[in-house]
Write a protein that binds this ligand. Structure first.
Ligand code: ADP
Ligand code: MG
Length: 472
Protein backbone atom coordinates (compact mmCIF):
# COMPACT_ATOMS: atom_id res chain seq x y z
CA UNK A 1 0.00 0.00 0.00
CA UNK A 2 1.37 3.39 -0.96
CA UNK A 3 2.07 5.65 1.97
CA UNK A 4 0.65 9.17 1.82
CA UNK A 5 4.17 10.55 1.68
CA UNK A 6 5.02 8.33 -1.31
CA UNK A 7 1.78 9.23 -3.04
CA UNK A 8 2.56 12.90 -2.61
CA UNK A 9 6.12 12.42 -3.88
CA UNK A 10 4.85 10.68 -6.99
CA UNK A 11 2.19 13.32 -7.53
CA UNK A 12 4.73 16.07 -7.03
CA UNK A 13 6.90 14.71 -9.84
CA UNK A 14 3.89 14.20 -12.05
CA UNK A 15 2.84 17.78 -11.48
CA UNK A 16 6.29 18.96 -12.39
CA UNK A 17 5.80 17.28 -15.75
CA UNK A 18 2.23 18.28 -16.27
CA UNK A 19 1.85 21.85 -15.16
CA UNK A 20 2.85 24.36 -17.75
CA UNK A 21 3.53 28.05 -17.84
CA UNK A 22 5.73 28.17 -14.76
CA UNK A 23 2.82 27.11 -12.58
CA UNK A 24 4.81 24.36 -10.98
CA UNK A 25 7.71 26.61 -10.06
CA UNK A 26 5.49 29.34 -8.80
CA UNK A 27 2.88 27.42 -6.85
CA UNK A 28 3.91 23.86 -6.27
CA UNK A 29 7.69 23.61 -5.97
CA UNK A 30 7.78 24.66 -2.33
CA UNK A 31 4.78 22.59 -1.34
CA UNK A 32 5.54 19.90 1.24
CA UNK A 33 3.71 16.90 2.51
CA UNK A 34 3.05 17.65 6.18
CA UNK A 35 0.80 14.85 7.34
CA UNK A 36 -2.21 12.74 6.56
CA UNK A 37 -5.04 13.56 8.88
CA UNK A 38 -8.79 12.93 8.99
CA UNK A 39 -8.72 11.40 5.56
CA UNK A 40 -6.98 14.42 4.08
CA UNK A 41 -3.55 15.15 2.77
CA UNK A 42 -2.30 18.21 4.58
CA UNK A 43 0.06 19.97 2.24
CA UNK A 44 2.21 22.84 3.43
CA UNK A 45 2.61 25.85 1.20
CA UNK A 46 4.76 28.89 1.54
CA UNK A 47 2.21 31.66 1.75
CA UNK A 48 -1.42 32.61 1.58
CA UNK A 49 -1.23 33.44 -2.04
CA UNK A 50 0.00 29.98 -3.00
CA UNK A 51 -2.61 28.47 -0.76
CA UNK A 52 -5.39 30.39 -2.48
CA UNK A 53 -4.04 29.59 -5.89
CA UNK A 54 -3.80 25.90 -5.11
CA UNK A 55 -7.11 25.81 -3.37
CA UNK A 56 -9.02 27.78 -5.94
CA UNK A 57 -7.34 27.37 -9.28
CA UNK A 58 -5.24 24.26 -9.22
CA UNK A 59 -7.12 22.05 -6.80
CA UNK A 60 -8.56 19.87 -9.47
CA UNK A 61 -5.24 19.25 -11.17
CA UNK A 62 -3.44 18.44 -7.97
CA UNK A 63 -6.23 16.28 -6.56
CA UNK A 64 -6.48 14.29 -9.74
CA UNK A 65 -2.78 13.55 -9.94
CA UNK A 66 -2.61 12.77 -6.25
CA UNK A 67 -5.63 10.46 -6.48
CA UNK A 68 -3.91 8.59 -9.29
CA UNK A 69 -0.77 8.18 -7.24
CA UNK A 70 -2.68 7.25 -4.11
CA UNK A 71 -4.90 4.78 -5.89
CA UNK A 72 -8.04 6.29 -4.42
CA UNK A 73 -9.76 9.60 -4.27
CA UNK A 74 -7.59 12.07 -2.37
CA UNK A 75 -8.78 15.13 -0.50
CA UNK A 76 -6.28 17.87 0.20
CA UNK A 77 -6.01 20.70 2.64
CA UNK A 78 -3.39 23.38 2.14
CA UNK A 79 -1.73 24.90 5.14
CA UNK A 80 0.83 27.60 5.40
CA UNK A 81 4.14 26.43 6.76
CA UNK A 82 7.40 28.20 7.24
CA UNK A 83 10.84 26.71 7.26
CA UNK A 84 11.45 28.31 10.65
CA UNK A 85 8.40 26.52 11.98
CA UNK A 86 6.27 29.50 12.91
CA UNK A 87 3.18 29.10 10.85
CA UNK A 88 1.82 32.03 8.92
CA UNK A 89 4.85 34.18 9.59
CA UNK A 90 5.24 34.17 5.85
CA UNK A 91 1.61 34.57 5.06
CA UNK A 92 1.54 37.31 2.53
CA UNK A 93 -2.08 36.92 1.60
CA UNK A 94 -2.57 40.51 2.60
CA UNK A 95 0.23 41.88 0.51
CA UNK A 96 -0.85 44.44 -2.00
CA UNK A 97 -1.46 42.92 -5.36
CA UNK A 98 1.53 44.55 -6.97
CA UNK A 99 3.92 43.04 -4.48
CA UNK A 100 2.47 39.68 -5.12
CA UNK A 101 2.70 40.21 -8.83
CA UNK A 102 6.28 41.28 -8.50
CA UNK A 103 7.02 38.18 -6.57
CA UNK A 104 5.32 36.15 -9.23
CA UNK A 105 7.32 37.93 -11.86
CA UNK A 106 10.50 37.19 -9.98
CA UNK A 107 9.50 33.58 -9.63
CA UNK A 108 8.79 33.10 -13.26
CA UNK A 109 8.28 35.32 -16.21
CA UNK A 110 6.31 32.53 -17.78
CA UNK A 111 3.65 33.01 -15.18
CA UNK A 112 2.54 36.07 -16.99
CA UNK A 113 1.19 34.02 -19.73
CA UNK A 114 -2.26 34.41 -18.49
CA UNK A 115 -4.05 31.18 -17.98
CA UNK A 116 -6.76 30.48 -20.46
CA UNK A 117 -8.69 29.60 -17.34
CA UNK A 118 -10.46 26.61 -18.73
CA UNK A 119 -13.42 25.85 -16.57
CA UNK A 120 -11.84 22.68 -15.39
CA UNK A 121 -8.91 24.35 -13.75
CA UNK A 122 -11.04 26.40 -11.48
CA UNK A 123 -11.73 25.24 -8.03
CA UNK A 124 -15.33 26.21 -8.29
CA UNK A 125 -15.74 23.36 -10.70
CA UNK A 126 -14.42 20.94 -8.14
CA UNK A 127 -15.89 18.97 -5.33
CA UNK A 128 -12.98 18.74 -2.95
CA UNK A 129 -13.91 17.31 0.41
CA UNK A 130 -11.53 19.79 1.96
CA UNK A 131 -13.44 22.69 0.56
CA UNK A 132 -15.20 24.31 3.44
CA UNK A 133 -17.97 26.73 2.59
CA UNK A 134 -16.65 30.23 2.29
CA UNK A 135 -17.02 31.94 5.59
CA UNK A 136 -17.32 35.64 6.11
CA UNK A 137 -13.60 36.13 5.92
CA UNK A 138 -13.54 34.38 2.62
CA UNK A 139 -15.87 36.72 0.88
CA UNK A 140 -13.62 38.67 -1.38
CA UNK A 141 -13.42 42.12 0.21
CA UNK A 142 -12.75 43.63 -3.20
CA UNK A 143 -16.00 42.33 -4.60
CA UNK A 144 -18.15 45.30 -3.67
CA UNK A 145 -20.87 47.22 -5.47
CA UNK A 146 -18.73 50.30 -5.82
CA UNK A 147 -16.07 48.32 -7.61
CA UNK A 148 -18.62 46.87 -9.99
CA UNK A 149 -18.78 48.68 -13.30
CA UNK A 150 -22.32 48.81 -14.60
CA UNK A 151 -23.12 48.64 -18.30
CA UNK A 152 -25.91 47.41 -20.52
CA UNK A 153 -25.04 43.76 -20.11
CA UNK A 154 -25.13 43.64 -16.33
CA UNK A 155 -27.42 46.53 -15.38
CA UNK A 156 -30.52 44.49 -14.64
CA UNK A 157 -28.69 42.03 -12.46
CA UNK A 158 -26.95 44.87 -10.65
CA UNK A 159 -30.18 46.73 -10.03
CA UNK A 160 -32.01 43.62 -8.94
CA UNK A 161 -29.40 42.89 -6.31
CA UNK A 162 -29.32 46.50 -5.19
CA UNK A 163 -33.06 46.35 -4.66
CA UNK A 164 -32.76 43.10 -2.80
CA UNK A 165 -30.14 44.23 -0.33
CA UNK A 166 -32.22 47.25 0.56
CA UNK A 167 -34.90 45.00 1.99
CA UNK A 168 -33.87 41.35 1.93
CA UNK A 169 -36.77 38.97 1.50
CA UNK A 170 -39.17 41.67 0.42
CA UNK A 171 -38.53 42.64 -3.16
CA UNK A 172 -37.73 39.65 -5.30
CA UNK A 173 -37.34 36.22 -3.85
CA UNK A 174 -35.42 34.33 -4.97
CA UNK A 175 -33.19 36.26 -7.31
CA UNK A 176 -31.56 34.07 -9.89
CA UNK A 177 -28.61 35.54 -11.80
CA UNK A 178 -27.17 33.64 -14.71
CA UNK A 179 -24.44 34.24 -17.25
CA UNK A 180 -21.24 32.79 -18.71
CA UNK A 181 -17.90 32.38 -17.03
CA UNK A 182 -16.24 35.54 -15.74
CA UNK A 183 -19.07 38.01 -16.31
CA UNK A 184 -19.20 39.08 -12.67
CA UNK A 185 -21.83 36.86 -11.04
CA UNK A 186 -19.72 35.94 -8.05
CA UNK A 187 -18.61 39.55 -7.68
CA UNK A 188 -22.25 40.67 -7.45
CA UNK A 189 -23.16 37.92 -5.00
CA UNK A 190 -20.29 38.85 -2.72
CA UNK A 191 -21.24 42.52 -2.99
CA UNK A 192 -24.78 41.69 -1.87
CA UNK A 193 -23.43 39.58 0.98
CA UNK A 194 -21.20 42.42 2.19
CA UNK A 195 -24.05 44.89 2.32
CA UNK A 196 -26.41 42.52 4.10
CA UNK A 197 -23.78 41.65 6.68
CA UNK A 198 -23.08 45.31 7.29
CA UNK A 199 -26.78 45.74 7.95
CA UNK A 200 -26.48 43.10 10.65
CA UNK A 201 -28.14 40.28 8.74
CA UNK A 202 -27.03 36.71 9.07
CA UNK A 203 -25.68 35.75 5.67
CA UNK A 204 -24.29 32.55 4.25
CA UNK A 205 -22.57 32.63 0.91
CA UNK A 206 -21.80 29.18 -0.37
CA UNK A 207 -20.84 27.70 -3.74
CA UNK A 208 -23.25 24.87 -4.36
CA UNK A 209 -20.44 22.35 -4.28
CA UNK A 210 -19.48 23.42 -0.80
CA UNK A 211 -23.10 22.94 0.19
CA UNK A 212 -22.89 19.41 -1.18
CA UNK A 213 -19.69 18.78 0.75
CA UNK A 214 -21.22 20.10 3.91
CA UNK A 215 -24.11 17.76 3.46
CA UNK A 216 -21.88 14.78 2.72
CA UNK A 217 -19.85 15.50 5.84
CA UNK A 218 -22.96 15.98 7.92
CA UNK A 219 -24.34 12.65 6.77
CA UNK A 220 -21.04 10.97 7.54
CA UNK A 221 -20.76 12.46 11.00
CA UNK A 222 -24.51 12.30 11.67
CA UNK A 223 -24.79 16.01 12.18
CA UNK A 224 -27.50 16.82 9.66
CA UNK A 225 -29.54 18.53 12.36
CA UNK A 226 -26.70 20.98 12.90
CA UNK A 227 -26.34 21.49 9.21
CA UNK A 228 -30.03 22.32 8.94
CA UNK A 229 -29.77 24.74 11.81
CA UNK A 230 -26.88 26.43 10.17
CA UNK A 231 -28.50 26.93 6.78
CA UNK A 232 -32.03 27.48 7.96
CA UNK A 233 -31.30 30.15 10.52
CA UNK A 234 -29.96 32.77 8.14
CA UNK A 235 -31.59 35.93 6.85
CA UNK A 236 -29.92 35.68 3.48
CA UNK A 237 -28.74 32.52 1.78
CA UNK A 238 -26.58 33.00 -1.29
CA UNK A 239 -25.73 29.96 -3.36
CA UNK A 240 -23.27 30.32 -6.22
CA UNK A 241 -22.90 28.05 -9.23
CA UNK A 242 -26.12 26.13 -8.63
CA UNK A 243 -25.62 24.32 -11.94
CA UNK A 244 -23.45 21.94 -9.94
CA UNK A 245 -26.46 20.69 -8.05
CA UNK A 246 -27.37 18.90 -11.25
CA UNK A 247 -27.51 15.17 -10.85
CA UNK A 248 -26.94 15.29 -7.09
CA UNK A 249 -30.25 14.07 -5.80
CA UNK A 250 -29.79 14.11 -2.08
CA UNK A 251 -28.26 17.56 -2.19
CA UNK A 252 -31.19 18.77 -4.24
CA UNK A 253 -33.57 17.24 -1.77
CA UNK A 254 -31.86 18.92 1.16
CA UNK A 255 -31.61 22.19 -0.66
CA UNK A 256 -35.24 22.10 -1.69
CA UNK A 257 -36.34 21.87 1.93
CA UNK A 258 -33.89 24.51 3.08
CA UNK A 259 -35.16 26.76 0.34
CA UNK A 260 -38.76 26.24 1.34
CA UNK A 261 -38.13 26.89 5.01
CA UNK A 262 -36.30 30.12 4.27
CA UNK A 263 -38.75 31.26 1.65
CA UNK A 264 -41.74 30.63 3.84
CA UNK A 265 -40.10 32.62 6.61
CA UNK A 266 -39.57 35.55 4.27
CA UNK A 267 -35.81 35.09 4.16
CA UNK A 268 -33.90 36.08 1.07
CA UNK A 269 -32.39 33.55 -1.31
CA UNK A 270 -29.97 34.60 -4.05
CA UNK A 271 -28.71 32.15 -6.64
CA UNK A 272 -26.24 32.23 -9.51
CA UNK A 273 -25.71 29.79 -12.32
CA UNK A 274 -24.02 29.55 -15.67
CA UNK A 275 -27.37 28.98 -17.38
CA UNK A 276 -31.03 29.87 -16.87
CA UNK A 277 -33.24 27.64 -14.73
CA UNK A 278 -34.96 26.15 -17.76
CA UNK A 279 -31.62 24.80 -19.00
CA UNK A 280 -30.71 23.16 -15.71
CA UNK A 281 -31.97 19.95 -17.18
CA UNK A 282 -30.53 17.57 -14.64
CA UNK A 283 -32.31 19.41 -11.86
CA UNK A 284 -35.55 18.19 -10.41
CA UNK A 285 -38.56 20.06 -11.75
CA UNK A 286 -39.67 21.24 -8.35
CA UNK A 287 -36.31 22.88 -7.73
CA UNK A 288 -36.22 24.40 -11.17
CA UNK A 289 -39.62 25.91 -10.68
CA UNK A 290 -38.56 27.31 -7.29
CA UNK A 291 -35.58 28.92 -8.97
CA UNK A 292 -37.77 30.58 -11.58
CA UNK A 293 -40.32 31.67 -9.01
CA UNK A 294 -38.80 35.07 -8.27
CA UNK A 295 -36.73 37.28 -10.48
CA UNK A 296 -34.53 35.69 -13.12
CA UNK A 297 -31.98 38.01 -14.65
CA UNK A 298 -28.98 37.45 -16.87
CA UNK A 299 -25.61 39.04 -17.40
CA UNK A 300 -24.70 38.87 -21.05
CA UNK A 301 -21.11 39.12 -22.26
CA UNK A 302 -19.75 42.53 -21.29
CA UNK A 303 -19.71 45.16 -24.03
CA UNK A 304 -16.46 46.74 -25.11
CA UNK A 305 -17.27 50.01 -23.30
CA UNK A 306 -17.92 48.20 -20.04
CA UNK A 307 -14.69 46.27 -20.39
CA UNK A 308 -12.83 49.51 -21.05
CA UNK A 309 -14.45 51.15 -18.04
CA UNK A 310 -13.35 48.23 -15.87
CA UNK A 311 -9.76 48.54 -17.05
CA UNK A 312 -9.89 52.27 -16.36
CA UNK A 313 -11.09 51.62 -12.84
CA UNK A 314 -8.31 49.13 -12.19
CA UNK A 315 -5.62 51.43 -13.50
CA UNK A 316 -6.82 54.20 -11.21
CA UNK A 317 -6.88 51.87 -8.23
CA UNK A 318 -3.41 50.63 -8.94
CA UNK A 319 -1.95 53.97 -9.94
CA UNK A 320 -1.00 52.87 -13.37
CA UNK A 321 -1.49 55.14 -16.28
CA UNK A 322 -2.34 53.57 -19.60
CA UNK A 323 -3.10 55.41 -22.81
CA UNK A 324 -6.57 55.04 -24.29
CA UNK A 325 -5.38 52.89 -27.19
CA UNK A 326 -3.73 50.52 -24.73
CA UNK A 327 -6.86 50.39 -22.58
CA UNK A 328 -8.88 49.63 -25.66
CA UNK A 329 -6.45 46.98 -26.76
CA UNK A 330 -6.69 45.21 -23.41
CA UNK A 331 -10.48 45.40 -23.52
CA UNK A 332 -10.55 44.06 -27.04
CA UNK A 333 -8.40 41.06 -26.37
CA UNK A 334 -10.52 39.76 -23.50
CA UNK A 335 -14.11 38.69 -23.76
CA UNK A 336 -14.96 38.19 -20.10
CA UNK A 337 -14.00 40.25 -17.07
CA UNK A 338 -11.92 37.36 -15.88
CA UNK A 339 -9.81 37.31 -19.02
CA UNK A 340 -9.64 41.04 -18.75
CA UNK A 341 -8.11 40.74 -15.32
CA UNK A 342 -5.41 38.47 -16.68
CA UNK A 343 -4.59 40.78 -19.56
CA UNK A 344 -4.59 43.83 -17.34
CA UNK A 345 -2.38 42.24 -14.69
CA UNK A 346 0.11 41.28 -17.28
CA UNK A 347 0.36 44.79 -18.69
CA UNK A 348 0.32 46.33 -15.22
CA UNK A 349 3.14 44.12 -13.99
CA UNK A 350 5.19 45.10 -17.00
CA UNK A 351 4.59 48.79 -16.43
CA UNK A 352 5.65 48.52 -12.80
CA UNK A 353 8.77 46.60 -13.60
CA UNK A 354 9.94 48.83 -16.40
CA UNK A 355 8.84 52.14 -14.86
CA UNK A 356 8.07 53.22 -18.39
CA UNK A 357 4.78 54.12 -20.00
CA UNK A 358 3.40 51.25 -22.02
CA UNK A 359 3.46 51.92 -25.74
CA UNK A 360 0.73 50.53 -27.95
CA UNK A 361 3.31 48.41 -29.74
CA UNK A 362 4.65 46.87 -26.59
CA UNK A 363 1.13 46.21 -25.36
CA UNK A 364 0.25 44.56 -28.62
CA UNK A 365 3.26 42.27 -28.33
CA UNK A 366 2.45 41.30 -24.77
CA UNK A 367 -1.21 40.76 -25.46
CA UNK A 368 -0.46 38.79 -28.54
CA UNK A 369 1.09 36.15 -26.36
CA UNK A 370 -2.20 35.84 -24.59
CA UNK A 371 -3.94 34.82 -27.73
CA UNK A 372 -2.07 31.59 -27.97
CA UNK A 373 -3.05 30.11 -24.65
CA UNK A 374 -6.56 31.40 -25.05
CA UNK A 375 -7.04 29.60 -28.31
CA UNK A 376 -4.97 26.71 -27.22
CA UNK A 377 -6.94 23.57 -26.64
CA UNK A 378 -5.66 21.68 -23.65
CA UNK A 379 -4.49 18.19 -24.40
CA UNK A 380 -6.94 15.85 -22.85
CA UNK A 381 -5.62 12.47 -21.82
CA UNK A 382 -7.48 9.24 -21.47
CA UNK A 383 -6.89 9.42 -17.71
CA UNK A 384 -8.57 12.83 -17.64
CA UNK A 385 -11.58 11.46 -19.45
CA UNK A 386 -11.85 8.40 -17.26
CA UNK A 387 -11.63 10.48 -14.10
CA UNK A 388 -14.13 13.04 -15.30
CA UNK A 389 -16.64 10.43 -16.39
CA UNK A 390 -16.12 8.48 -13.18
CA UNK A 391 -16.96 11.61 -11.28
CA UNK A 392 -19.95 12.75 -13.29
CA UNK A 393 -21.49 9.32 -13.65
CA UNK A 394 -20.45 8.07 -10.21
CA UNK A 395 -18.86 4.90 -11.53
CA UNK A 396 -15.31 4.10 -10.36
CA UNK A 397 -12.65 4.10 -13.05
CA UNK A 398 -11.79 0.45 -12.52
CA UNK A 399 -15.38 -0.49 -13.18
CA UNK A 400 -15.37 1.51 -16.38
CA UNK A 401 -12.28 -0.28 -17.59
CA UNK A 402 -13.41 -3.59 -16.09
CA UNK A 403 -15.62 -6.38 -17.24
CA UNK A 404 -18.93 -5.33 -15.69
CA UNK A 405 -21.86 -4.87 -18.03
CA UNK A 406 -24.58 -3.38 -15.90
CA UNK A 407 -26.32 -0.59 -17.74
CA UNK A 408 -24.82 2.09 -15.53
CA UNK A 409 -21.28 0.91 -16.13
CA UNK A 410 -21.82 0.34 -19.84
CA UNK A 411 -23.24 3.81 -20.19
CA UNK A 412 -20.25 5.41 -18.47
CA UNK A 413 -17.96 3.33 -20.65
CA UNK A 414 -19.71 4.47 -23.82
CA UNK A 415 -19.44 8.07 -22.72
CA UNK A 416 -15.71 7.56 -22.32
CA UNK A 417 -15.54 6.10 -25.83
CA UNK A 418 -17.31 9.03 -27.37
CA UNK A 419 -15.31 11.62 -25.48
CA UNK A 420 -12.07 9.86 -26.31
CA UNK A 421 -12.90 10.05 -29.98
CA UNK A 422 -13.91 13.68 -29.71
CA UNK A 423 -11.15 15.00 -27.53
CA UNK A 424 -8.08 12.87 -28.12
CA UNK A 425 -6.06 11.78 -31.11
CA UNK A 426 -6.09 8.18 -29.98
CA UNK A 427 -7.03 5.47 -32.43
CA UNK A 428 -9.99 3.28 -31.65
CA UNK A 429 -7.60 0.42 -30.98
CA UNK A 430 -5.77 2.52 -28.41
CA UNK A 431 -9.04 3.57 -26.83
CA UNK A 432 -9.96 -0.11 -26.64
CA UNK A 433 -6.65 -0.82 -24.89
CA UNK A 434 -7.35 1.79 -22.27
CA UNK A 435 -10.76 0.29 -21.71
CA UNK A 436 -9.46 -3.06 -20.57
CA UNK A 437 -8.44 -4.38 -23.99
CA UNK A 438 -11.72 -4.08 -25.82
CA UNK A 439 -11.97 -4.72 -29.55
CA UNK A 440 -12.12 -1.77 -31.83
CA UNK A 441 -15.44 -2.98 -33.21
CA UNK A 442 -16.79 -2.76 -29.66
CA UNK A 443 -15.64 0.83 -29.47
CA UNK A 444 -17.35 1.69 -32.76
CA UNK A 445 -20.56 0.06 -31.61
CA UNK A 446 -20.31 1.91 -28.29
CA UNK A 447 -19.87 5.25 -29.98
CA UNK A 448 -22.81 4.62 -32.26
CA UNK A 449 -25.00 3.59 -29.39
CA UNK A 450 -24.00 6.64 -27.42
CA UNK A 451 -24.64 9.07 -30.26
CA UNK A 452 -28.10 7.62 -30.62
CA UNK A 453 -28.82 7.85 -26.90
CA UNK A 454 -27.66 11.43 -26.81
CA UNK A 455 -30.03 12.40 -29.57
CA UNK A 456 -32.93 11.02 -27.56
CA UNK A 457 -32.07 11.88 -23.99
CA UNK A 458 -31.71 15.52 -22.99
CA UNK A 459 -30.58 14.73 -19.45
CA UNK A 460 -27.85 12.49 -20.65
CA UNK A 461 -26.78 15.04 -23.17
CA UNK A 462 -26.56 17.68 -20.41
CA UNK A 463 -24.43 15.38 -18.28
CA UNK A 464 -22.23 14.76 -21.26
CA UNK A 465 -21.87 18.50 -21.86
CA UNK A 466 -20.96 18.96 -18.26
CA UNK A 467 -18.27 16.33 -18.46
CA UNK A 468 -16.92 17.80 -21.66
CA UNK A 469 -16.79 21.24 -20.11
CA UNK A 470 -14.86 19.90 -17.16
CA UNK A 471 -12.28 18.55 -19.56
CA UNK A 472 -11.74 21.56 -21.77
P1 ADP B 1 -18.33 34.83 -12.64
O1 ADP B 1 -18.71 34.51 -11.22
O2 ADP B 1 -19.48 35.33 -13.44
O3 ADP B 1 -17.62 33.74 -13.34
P2 ADP B 1 -16.59 36.77 -11.36
O4 ADP B 1 -17.56 37.46 -10.50
O5 ADP B 1 -15.69 35.80 -10.72
O6 ADP B 1 -17.32 36.07 -12.59
O7 ADP B 1 -15.77 37.89 -12.16
C1 ADP B 1 -14.46 37.66 -12.68
C2 ADP B 1 -13.59 38.83 -12.32
O8 ADP B 1 -13.98 39.99 -13.02
C3 ADP B 1 -13.64 39.19 -10.85
O9 ADP B 1 -12.37 39.55 -10.43
C4 ADP B 1 -14.56 40.39 -10.81
O10 ADP B 1 -14.22 41.24 -9.76
C5 ADP B 1 -14.32 41.04 -12.14
N1 ADP B 1 -15.52 41.67 -12.67
C6 ADP B 1 -16.54 41.07 -13.30
N2 ADP B 1 -17.47 41.96 -13.67
C7 ADP B 1 -17.05 43.14 -13.26
C8 ADP B 1 -17.58 44.49 -13.33
N3 ADP B 1 -18.74 44.74 -13.94
N4 ADP B 1 -16.86 45.48 -12.77
C9 ADP B 1 -15.68 45.22 -12.19
N5 ADP B 1 -15.12 44.01 -12.09
C10 ADP B 1 -15.79 42.97 -12.61
MG1 MG C 1 -18.41 32.69 -10.20
Amino acid sequence: MTSPQDAWDTAYHQLELQLDGGKFDTWVRDARFLRYEDGQFVIGVRNGFSRDMLQHRLYRNVARVLSDAWGQSAAIRFEIYSLGGTASATDDSDLPLFQVLNEMQAASTEMFRVEPLPETSMADRVVPQAYAPLSESELNPRHTFDRFVVGGSNRLAYEALQAVVEAPGRNYNPVFVYGGVGVGKTHLLHAAAHICRKAGKRVIYVPSEAFTNDLVNALRTRTTAMLRDKYRSVDVLIVDDVQFLAGKESTQEEFFHTFNVLHAAGKQVILASDRPPRDLTALEDRLRSRFSGGLVTDISPLELETRMAIVKMWQLEQHIRLSDPVVQMIAECAASARELEGAFNMIAARVRLSHQPMTADAAARILHRLETPRNHVRTVTMADILNAVAETFSVPVDEITGKGRTSRVSLARQVVMLLARELTELSLVQVGDYLGGRQHSTIIAGIQKMSQLLAEDADLSALMDDTRRRLL
